[in-house]
Design a protein around this ligand. Structure first.
Ligand code: EZ4
Ligand code: CO
Length: 409
């Protein structure tokens, strides 16, 4: 089944997305997500200028061969742009194979290992009443697991906290990328954060009881000893996980954190290959793998990574913010349903314009996601709708400390 066309579609309904559409000689099309938040056009160029010409004429069924060819023939290894481009091709080819087989993709990955996919949502508040309202709103929407992010006294803008409350049941989520020509500057103070956070979790536990799974994202801001201190301080509140407690490109740092706390650790949304996890997994320094299908080479590479993790009882926690398109989200859901070592799936929900461009068959009922039964991954792209929303420059913010030093965001 020869590939006859491959098109890169960049669109910006609510936010920017990069989508690859591969067409075969018998008219089957497959979609892949290559969205890299704030660096979208670099993946679009990588695909258009360097990958699409290599795809024409190839057999769409040879997915493993395409993956190895794109990874090894580039010579230059790894990196978010390369791995997002490979992911887009990989997922589009899996979509095609599953459509050709007349099955939802999860059937080709071994079939369902569970009936539904536990999802967590993002609650946030600038103070406790606002945070409690946000948690209640998520519970009303059906979420059974909730990430808690909070403002910190003395810090103006904190990652993960919506700038305005949800009013009249109207949806308002935190969207980190802003449509600005330059990255917005935010401020940060780790000591203030460490003083404030345990009290917030104590208040949330007192209000909502011991059962509700609660998560928190440290977003790469702590040193190892600060992360160890926070993990220890949060132990009474029984977190489901503490995410990205350090900038984990130094994998060995997690040894120190691990020695001090039993709070479960989740890491990896900024990683893009199994090599970024080698020490973390082999030494059992984490509990959840946070990679996105979109940023880690697609279904083919994620399956291998999660099978490696499974040998150490480490589970999946696939990255699912709004900067993963519905195509990348659907791909994650098929994998979530099929693997044995599923942990939890992040699910922020996309806006209404995004849902106009990407027609989806996945569902969210009583806190559980399901990819649906459509052949393939179950997402169709409305190209006319996509064309109505051209690319708009948008960037993630960055941090400076009080003395002006740039800090991890
Ligand atoms: O900040 O995906 O756990 N989720 C996250 C996300 C990331 C964004 C960056 O593009 O940390 O909200
Ligand atoms: Co995160």
């Amino acid at each position: 089944m020869k590939i006859v066309a491959a098109d890169v579609i960049v669109s910006s309904p609510d936010r920017n997305f990069v989508t690859l559409k591969i067409t075969t000689e018998d008219g089957i099309t497959g979609l892949g997500d290559g969205t890299l938040n704030g660096r979208e056009l670099s993946v679009a160029s990588y695909l258009r200028d360097h990958v699409v010409p290599l795809l024409i004429g190839r057999d769409a069924h040879r997915i493993e061969d395409a993956w190895q060819f794109l990874y090894r023939s580039a010579y230059w290894r790894r990196g978010p742009v390369t791995m997002a481009a490979i992911a887009a091709v990989d997922v589009a080819l899996w979509d095609i194979k599953a459509k050709a087989a007349g099955m939802p993709l999860y059937q080709l990955l071994g079939g369902a290992s569970r009936t539904g996919i536990m999802a967590y949502g993002h609650a946030s508040g600038r103070d406790l009443p606002e945070l409690f309202d946000s948690i209640r709103a998520h519970l009303d929407q059906g979420y059974r697991s909730i990430r808690v992010q909070t403002s910190v006294p003395g810090i103006n803008a904190v990652y993960g906290v919506a700038a305005q409350p949800s009013t009249d049941g109207k949806r308002y989520d935190y969207e980190p990328a802003q449509r600005t020509p330059l990255p917005a500057e935010e401020d940060w103070d780790t000591r203030a954060y460490l003083r404030h956070l345990p009290g917030v979790f104590e208040a949330v536990r007192n209000e909502f009881g011991p059962e509700l799974p609660l998560l928190h994202d440290g977003h790469h801001r702590m040193t190892p000893i600060q992360a160890a201190k926070l993990g220890k301080a949060l132990e009474p509140y029984d977190l489901f996980w503490l995410e990205d407690c350090t900038p984990a490109e130094n994998q060995e740092a997690l040894r120190l954190v691990r020695q001090h706390t039993t709070t479960p650790l989740a890491i990896g949304e900024v990683f893009n290959t199994v090599w970024d996890y080698q020490t973390l997994i082999r030494e059992q320094l984490i509990d959840y793998v946070r990679s996105a299908v979109t940023h880690t080479g697609g279904i083919t590479a994620m399956r291998k990574l999660l099978d490696f993790a499974a040998q150490y009882q480490i589970k999946s926690g696939i990255h699912g913010p709004t900067d993963i398109s519905p195509v990348g989200m659907a791909a994650a859901l098929h994998l979530d349903l099929a693997i044995h070592n599923f942990g939890i799936q992040e699910y922020m929900r996309h806006g209404s314009l995004t849902n106009e461009v990407f027609r989806q068959s996945f569902s969210f009922t009583d806190g559980y996601l399901h990819p649906g039964e459509q052949p393939g991954i179950g997402v169709e792209l409305d190209e006319e709708a996509a064309a109505r929303f051209p690319y708009q420059p948008a960037y993630l913010p960055f941090n400076r400390l009080q003395d002006g030093t740039v800090h991890d965001w």
